[in-house]
Each structure stands twice: as structure tokens, then as C-alpha cells.
Design a protein around this ligand. Sequence first.
Ligand code: FAD
Length: 418
Amino acid sequence: MNRSHPRVLVLGGGFAGVGAAHKLEHADAEVVLVDRHDYHTFQPLLYQVATGLLETTAVGHSLRDLVERHDNAAVHQATVTAVDLDAREVHFDVLEPITYDYLVFGLGAQVTFFGTKGAAEHAFPMYTLPHAVHLKDHLLERWEAADHDPTLIEDGALNVVVVGGGPTGVETAGAVAELYRGDFTKDFPTITPEQARVILVEAGPELFSMFKPKLREYAANALAERTVEVKTGALVASVSPTRVTLKSGEELQAHTLVWGAGLQGNELVKDLGIELQRGDRIGVGADLTLPGHPDVFVVGDVAAITDTETQQVLPQLGSVALQSGEHAGETIARRIAGKKTKPFAYHDKGTMAMIGRGAAVVQMLGGRTMTGKKAQAAWGSVHLALLPTNEDRAKAVVDWAGSAFTHQRSGRITVGSE
Ligand SMILES: Cc1cc2nc3c(=O)[nH]c(=O)nc-3n(C[C@H](O)[C@H](O)[C@H](O)COP(=O)(O)OP(=O)(O)OC[C@H]3O[C@@H](n4cnc5c(N)ncnc54)[C@H](O)[C@@H]3O)c2cc1C
């Protein structure tokens, strides 16, 4: 290729892509970062936007801002439409094709509804910032509508069904219940808690299957304290704007179904002409490259990375995405500089999830566990470390501290177009 510096094309500005770009800051390379959004999304806190605890700018950060200090980097907002591995070229909707010397493929995962009838049209997924804002606006709209027309309450206007007993579903159900039983009780004093149910539905026999039994029990109690009704062994068969029907035939009156279950690799992976692993993820070697393509690194949620210690495929987590992206960036920088490289080794900071204010669970690699406020503090510090800038950390801390003192969610307003 006729360029003075090798070009590193980074696809995706999530934890993985941003991690790679940061490690390439001082590389003798031209770094091009492309994302369909002009911002980086901090997915672990989306549920806090959806329930009015955090503002959107604490969770979405300008990508240009993130690489502003990098003299060798450019950011483009465009959607990737195809990747031609043989031609070493990527195609976009609004950009001319870009060729690369090194490719970092970090396009993440996407929601799958497992073919559930009506879900694509009527469910509220929780994967992007627009999803979180859409859910918040919808919840607020339903409460205002019920305030105008109380007959809507009998029809289930305020009931929320959350699908998925993993961290996304549990965190969302807990946060919605706290919004309902906290702020909304004061905002709408004529509506009683029984008129606004939060129901968590999980297909498997229990919630939080990745945690030890005592943490599962803790989570079940914490949800019960927050009046979340839990239905395990229950599959959603179909969804309409006002009803959720379970496979058992039971019909739940609910105008909101939040989808916190099921991810699959970005749809583009199906056209790469390679064999995919479970969940449409791309299997990578110990250096995170695509087998047969030593200049193509696959990182983050879209990659199936086998942990060198446990021989298990690493979970789709922010820390895995950040560390794998950083490793790819570092490896490329070292290769350009003619230095030796190392295989990827994941540093596990524990598995953790929030259930609500003062209620969280943490399971460390060695088997140590934490619950309650201690676990919440550990969750806070791990997640603050993942936030891309100090400014974002400060914003999150201010919002969390504010809500801890006042128990108020100042983001519970709708700002639509007039
Ligand atoms: C609701 C929720 C809660 C979570 N909670 C936690 C948690 O508590 N702790 C934890 O560690 N992890 C959590 N995770 C998982 C964590 O957020 C992900 O593992 C992580 O974001 C993956 O990073 P990534 O860079 O691989 O992908 P992403 O963050 O998904 O980034 C992919 C990027 O690619 C872009 N993109 C996608 N397709 C295209 C295209 N065709 N063209 C251009 N750009 C495209 C997207 O806009 C996005 O910016 C949570 C995830 C969700 C959804």
C-alpha cells in the first residue's frame, strides 16, 4: 500500500474500539475510527438513563472528544455495510471504501428476540442510548396518560414486564421498581403500588444463573423487597402493545415489555464468510486475530475469546471488551515498532450486578462474594474505572450522590420535539 504510515482501521467506538485507539495514540500509524454514532455508549449504565437517574451525557461521550489529543487519529460517523477481508477493504453507507493494513473489528453485539412474535415491533430493548431514552419517555408518557385517564390503569398501562433474569433484566427491574415506589409515588399520589406492577420473567429455573446460590437468594429477596414479582421457568410467546402472553397461556396486562434477554454478534459477521461460534461470535486466536488473517483483530462482545486460564469463552462484559481492545491496539503498535508481542491474558475483576440502591452482588474469581452496600461500592469503583474520561466519572458520581441524598431522579422528564 502506498502510504507513509500503516493504516489501522478501528470499527466500532465501544469499549473495545476506544480501548484499541487509546493504545495506538503514540504508534507510527494512521488510525481511523468509525462508528455509526458520534458518541461512545456506556451500556452498563443505560438502565439508569431509562429510569431517570443519569442524564444522557453521563452515558454517551463524544468519540471525537475521546481521541482529540491523538495526533494520528481521525473519527468518522458512518455505518459499516460490508467488510471485504480478501481485498482488505471496508464499505460504508456514507463514506468511500477504506482500505487497511490492520483492522480492529469491534462492532459489538445486537439484540435478538429469538423470533418472539411481536417483540421486534413492541418490545423495548436495552442496548443503545436511544433505547434507554425511548423506554424512559414511554414510561413517563404512560404515567401521564394514566393521570389523565385512570381507566388505562386497569388495562395495565403502568405494568412493566422485564424479560431476562441476567444482570440487564434484574438491574432494570430493580431500577424501575425504585422509580415507581419512590418518585412516582410522590409524583402521582392517587395511584397505589398494586396498580403499577413490575414483573420479571425468566425462561430458566432461576435468576442470576452465573452467581452462587447465596447471591441468587440475596437477589431474589432484594427484588421482593422492591415489590418486583418474579416468574421463573416462564417464556414469553408473544407481545402486543398492551399484552404479554406467556408460553403457558397466561396473559399479562402490560403496556411495556423491556427486553433484557438475548444477544448475538453484529449482523455483519454473517457475511464475512467465516465459521461462527455460539451466539454468532467470531472465534479468535490467543493474540485476538482472526485465524488466517493475522492483521485482523476481533475484540469485545463480537469476539469469542477463550480464557487462557479457564479455557472457557469469556463473557460479554465491559472489562473483557476494554482489555481485549487495549490488547489489540498495543499488539498492533508493537508490531509496527518491530517489537515482540504477547498473547492476551484477561484480568478478571469479578462478576457483579446491581439490584437497587444499596443492593448489589459481587463474585470474585477466587470465590469470595459480597452483597449490599459493600458490593455496591465495588460495583461503583469497577464501573467508574470503565467510564472513558474523568469528566464522565465526575458526572456519574455527582448524579449518584445527588440521588443517594435526595432519593430523586432528576432525569425523569420528557424532552421531545414540539
Ligand atoms: C444494558 C446492559 C448492561 C450491561 N451491564 C454491564 C455491566 O454492568 N458490567 C459489564 O462489565 N458489562 C455490562 N454490559 C456489557 C458491556 O456493556 C459490553 O460487553 C460492552 O459494551 C461491549 O463493548 P464492545 O466495544 O464490544 O461493543 P459495543 O459497546 O456494543 O460497541 C460497538 C460499537 O459499534 C458500533 N456499531 C455497531 N454496528 C455498527 C455498524 N454497522 N457500523 C458502524 N458502527 C457500528 C456501535 O454504535 C457501538 O458504538 C452491559 C450491556 C448492556 C447492554
